[in-house]
Design a protein around this ligand. Structure first.
Ligand code: HGY
Ligand code: MN
Ligand code: MN
Length: 418
């Protein structure tokens, strides 16, 4: 049945964003930290699961720990292929309160609107919080949704070793989220994800809604440089095999040799770096660091990877060091469902919200679920384009308006289900 326009409990949505944002709070360094499968993330999961139960949802956990709350349909037929709304509640270190959480809690707000109206949807609505979207401790990122979409076997994911040496499956069991449901056993009819932009575009253009039509390619590698430890004061430069210098030269080349080839689109980031023996007066024998390359175009991303690979051979030769590379993540660019994107744009238009079509710079669970169902994303602005930072912020009215578009699109899609 088509529902008269439902309404959101916006106070509850904003309250829940604050409450979840307080879990794992880190007053000293700022923000909150809920690294996947940590005790803090467990606390976040427990809170979201409780909110799902408060809404009398059918709460399910699958074998990779993805957490779902299902509002069943008015009919058995409507239950077969739910409309899925998802995102994640794990965070990077010292994160903002909105990345991922906003999308999960806005999904609960949509279900709450149905509950408040006493209406069962024509198609089940399934709210998901996917495991390990950030990929900080266990790689790859978007892991829970990748397993859900069949892009990584559960067994392989459960055997993933974290940067702290922990086994993912053991951690999942330890926090009590090693579910029994097979990932992907419920195939969504379509998937929507509401997320903050995490970039500067919407704010810079005075837009409120981002109609996300595609998402850029992602390439993560871990590089290990093996050199020779030696005395900082007695070793002439020409005799050095300095893993630290080689790492620095590579990191500089990422900007000067890789990004410079396509400065408008290719992005390169080294977010982690470790020297051994990490002592002020010893030439590093070992440097371990990560390289995150991104570009919306697959050809340019491959060209960026090739430039880096060629430089690694050159620096190894020049400095007499060995360079080891380990592939952590490689996802091609993804195009979202045009029909769903049109639906989002039509909704923004109906509300009179300024909007634009755009590419997602960040990875999202939507890019994985797009492998098994039509998927699209809705963005709202990030103040100063900041994210993965305690200063991450979106105004309350923007958060509410984004959720209104989500509810409107859901209602329109479900009206077609009958
Ligand atoms: O890396 C990303 O883009 C996402 O935040 N996991
Ligand atoms: Mn996110
Ligand atoms: Mn993130």
């Amino acid at each position: 049945m088509h529902t008269a326009s439902l309404s959101l409990d916006t106070t509850k949505l904003l309250e829940q964003i604050q409450t979840l944002g307080a879990i794992g709070a880190d007053p000293a360094a700022g923000g909150r930290t809920r690294i996947a499968l940590s005790d803090d993330e467990k606390a976040g999961r427990d809170q979201v699961a409780q909110w799902m139960r408060d809404l009398q949802l059918d709460v399910r956990v699958n074998r990779i720990g993805n957490l779902f709350g299902i509002l069943h349909a008015a009919t058995a037929a409507g239950d077969e292929r739910p409309l899925m709304i998802g995102s994640h509640i794990d965070t990077v270190r010292n994160a903002g309160a909105l990345d991922g959480c906003y999308g999960v809690l806005a999904g609960l707000a949509v279900v709450r609107a149905y509950r408040a109206a006493g209406v069962l949807p024509a198609r089940a609505i399934m709210i998901g919080a996917f495991t390990n979207e950030e990929g900080v401790r266990f790689q790859p990122d978007m892991m829970g949704s990748l397993v859900y979409a069949g892009g990584l076997s559960v067994e392989e994911a459960l055997d993933a070793t974290g940067t702290d040496g922990a086994r993912l499956g053991d951690e999942l069991a330890r926090i009590g989220y090693a579910g029994d449901m097979e990932p992907g056993s419920i195939v969504p009819h379509e998937y929507l994800e509401l997320h903050i932009e995490q970039g500067p575009v919407l704010e810079a253009e005075g837009q409120l809604i981002g109609v996300v039509e595609n998402l850029q390619g992602i390439s993560w590698q871990r590089l290990t440089i093996h050199g020779t430890a030696n005395h900082a004061g007695t070793t002439p430069t020409r005799l050095r095999h300095d893993a630290g210098y080689a790492a620095a030269a590579i990191i500089a080349f990422l900007r000067e040799g890789v990004v410079a080839a396509a400065p408008e689109t290719t992005l390169a980031t080294t977010g982690t770096l470790r020297f051994e023996p990490d002592v002020v007066n010893v030439i590093p024998r070992k440097a371990t660091f990560t390289v995150d390359l991104r570009d919306p175009d697959e050809g340019r991303l491959q060209a960026a990877e090739k430039r880096l690979a060629d430089f690694l051979s050159e620096i190894a030769e020049r400095e007499g060091v060995q360079v080891e590379t380990e592939r952590l993540v490689r996802f091609k660019p993804v195009t979202f469902d045009a029909g769903l994107a049109d639906e989002i744009q039509a909704s923004a238009k109906r509300f009179g919200f300024a909007h634009r079509r755009m590419t997602s710079g960040a990875g999202h669970d939507a890019q994985m679920i797009a492998r098994i169902a039509p998927a699209a994303m809705i963005f709202v602005p990030s103040r100063e384009g900041i994210s993965h930072n305690p200063r991450e912020h979106t105004d309350d009215d923007q958060l509410i308006q984004g959720a209104q578009v989500l509810l409107d699109v859901v209602q329109r899609r479900l009206a077609k289900a009958v």
